[in-house]
Design a protein around this ligand. Structure first.
Ligand code: SF4
Ligand code: SF4
Length: 202
């Protein structure tokens, strides 16, 4: 019986000690952040989700080359003269169409190494840190702005341009060869007429 009472008192005493601490902290201002109701203020250079401004991307691959985990995939098609001049906001010439620009953010380690070599500063870290998804595939971000039809059109335009260029080059080489052959024939004919013996009938 004595032990029973002792155990009961110990239990009660433990609760009272716990309650004393709780009561003490009720009147102390809160120091924890009530996420997600209260969002933390991030440092100015915090590294979170990447963003690419495709209007300024020249498809140079420098970001993909710098990435240590190969989570950036870029594909391009060369622009042709008929596409007209395309310039980025910092004056760089856009000689390529970027047909694919995917970042697998699930693989990204937020090192920011891709942002430093970018010549147009169009790939950057943002302050967005809430982007969880149920499906892993949804963490692959597609930044390229061309649709399938436009990509096909750009590819066809480039192929046609190259075919025409090759045909023009071939025609020019043929014309040059013909002109050289004609000139050689003329020279040969001239040489023959010069080699004829002089008339000595006087
Ligand atoms: S932040 Fe680092 S890991 Fe992520 S895409 Fe850029 S280079 Fe790759
Ligand atoms: S480094 Fe910049 S310009 Fe070059 S492909 Fe990457 S995002 Fe585009």
């Amino acid at each position: 019986m004595r032990q029973y009472l002792k155990n009961t008192w110990d239990g009660l005493w433990t609760v009272l000690v716990g309650m004393k601490i709780t009561l003490k902290h009720i009147f102390v201002p809160s120091v924890t952040i009530q996420y997600p109701d209260v969002k933390p203020v991030l440092p100015e250079r915090a590294r979170n989700r990447l963003y690419v401004n495709m209007a300024d991307c020249i498809g140079c691959l420098q970001c993909a080359t710098a990435c240590p985990v190969n989570c950036i995939e870029i594909e391009t098609v060369k622009a042709i003269p008929a596409d007209g001049p395309r310039i980025t906001s910092n004056g760089k010439k856009k000689a390529l169409w970027v047909t694919k620009f995917d970042i697998d953010i699930a693989k990204c380690c937020f090192c920011s190494l891709c942002t430093y070599p970018c010549p147009t500063e169009c790939i950057k870290m943002t302050d967005v840190y809430e982007f969880s998804e149920f499906n892993r595939e949804d963490l692959v971000y597609n930044f390229a702005s061309l649709n399938e039809k436009e990509i096909e059109e750009k590819q066809n335009n480039y192929n046609k341009f190259m075919e025409e260029k090759a045909a023009a080059k071939e025609a020019a080489a043929k014309a040059k060869a013909e002109a050289a052959a004609k000139k050689a024939e003329e020279e040969k004919a001239n040489n023959k007429s010069n080699d004829k013996p002089e008339d000595k009938t006087e």
